[in-house]
Ligand binder design. Structure first.
Ligand SMILES: [Zn+2]
Length: 294
């Protein structure tokens, strides 16, 4: 039996897993990183950038490896370069100097200031004085974005090879209220949880039902594909016809943290208990429904 590959990259990513994960269950937390790379020169203090982080999400799911699943964690901040964006999702008007990569094609996220490199920070203020040097963009892709995708891809391929498929949970948090940087109207109040499936294309219905039923039974307001439909990671990871099921989960930060201070709130311990129970539920589900191609 092949053991998991060595995947850790200092300052970039960390894989938490037993050498032989016992179930085809993989979690990843792409936005909880808070190690701001040396040489990063924003126009404002780091504290002003931290609301872009999905703070504590890695810790909320920290029980996963102890329960036979795997958890991949990005260590760098998503605002520096966002693993949940395609590497072309960048406005060429924000890049200084000749670009040697594939043509940049800004999509809706880049137009909101939150493409591959975030040019705006919540609630919509600039991150930099000017543009990003093309060489800087190249380095962020080569040294952070691609290694993250390579590690997640190897982890998922390993699970597919071992178990015939996988259940992948892409873990995020969302601000309690939409800002000017959000897709929905500014001031819109978010539900407790939003599950993203890109309109049912990244996973079969059984995984959605498992997560929705567990959370709904605990009194939470759970929506599916409600503004947060999932972006690049579930798009790449999900291929349900081949037994590769991928679901994004967004947790409302109001339930467990002070969004202004970036501190855990009184609700944190309860939320961690709920998420740990969700991991148990998913482990039972994955063991009972091996995800091979149908
Ligand atoms: Zn996120």
């Amino acid at each position: 039996m092949t053991a998991l590959p060595e995947l850790d990259v200092p300052g970039v990513l960390r894989l938490h897993a037993a050498a032989e994960p016992a179930v085809p269950l993989v979690f990843d937390s792409p936005h909880s990183g808070s190690i701001y790379p040396e040489g990063f020169r924003p126009a404002v203090a780091i504290a002003a950038l931290r609301p872009a982080e999905d703070a504590f999400v890695d810790d909320l799911f920290a029980a996963a490896p102890g329960k036979g699943a795997a958890l991949l964690e990005a260590l760098f901040p998503r605002l520096y370069v966002d693993p949940n964006r395609n590497e072309t999702d960048m406005d060429p008007a924000h890049v200084d100097g000749p670009w040697d990569g594939p043509p940049l094609q800004p999509g809706p996220k880049a137009r909101l200031g939150q493409g591959l490199v975030w040019m705006r920070r919540p609630p919509g203020l600039p991150v930099y004085d000017g543009k990003i040097a093309a060489a800087d963009l190249r380095a962020r892709i080569d040294d952070y974005h691609r290694p993250y995708h390579a590690a997640l891809g190897r982890m998922l391929d390993w699970a597919a090879g071992r178990f015939g498929g996988y259940y992948h949970i892409n873990c995020h948090s969302m601000p309690a209220v939409a800002t000017a940087m959000s897709a929905e109207p500014e001031g819109a109040v978010r539900p407790d949880f939003v599950l993203g499936t890109r309109d049912g294309t990244t996973t079969g219905p059984a995984l959605i039902d498992c997560v929705r039923n567990y959370l709904s039974a605990r009194g939470y307001d759970v929506r599916v594909d409600h503004w947060y439909k999932g972006v690049e990671i579930v798009r790449l990871a999900g291929d349900p016809a081949r037994g590769r099921h991928s679901l994004q989960i967004e947790i409302n930060r109001r339930l467990y943290m002070d969004e202004r201070k970036i501190e855990k709130s009184a609700g944190y311990a309860d939320m961690k208990t709920v998420i740990t129970g969700l991991i148990d539920e998913l482990r039972r589900f994955a063991a009972a429904h091996l995800p091979g191609p149908k």
